[in-house]
Design a protein around this ligand. Structure first.
Ligand code: FES
Length: 100
């Protein structure tokens, strides 16, 4: 199986509200890709534990770099993601919602 970190597929990401768009390579987290394009998103730990970056995924899919990102199963089912450790596996649309 291919190492997902070597995947250079480029997806596009859209941030709501405001429709900001940026290129989101599969090998980078959504937060890393946004920062590379000069887009600031809420963040702190950048390792999936503090939840400062929690966002609602409105469209698309992600995979996680870590086995247990700081989301409950219910939050995952409800479409919440942690962009600091979530890498896109398709074009995505998400909305930072702050710590619930
Ligand atoms: S920045 Fe801490 S969980 Fe994303």
């Amino acid at each position: 199986m291919a190492d997902p970190h070597d995947d250079d597929t480029a997806y596009s990401a859209r941030i709501l509200p405001g429709e900001t768009c940026f290129a989101a390579p599969a090998s980078l987290s959504l937060l890393e890709a946004a920062l590379l394009e000069g887009i600031r998103l809420p963040s702190s730990c950048r390792n999936g534990t503090c939840r400062a970056c929690i966002s609602k995924l409105h469209a698309g899919t992600v995979r996680y770099r870590i086995e247990w990102p700081g989301l409950s199963p219910d939050e995952k089912d409800d479409g919440f993601i942690l962009p600091c450790v979530a890498c896109p596996t398709s074009d995505v649309t998400f909305e930072p919602v702050g710590m619930p």
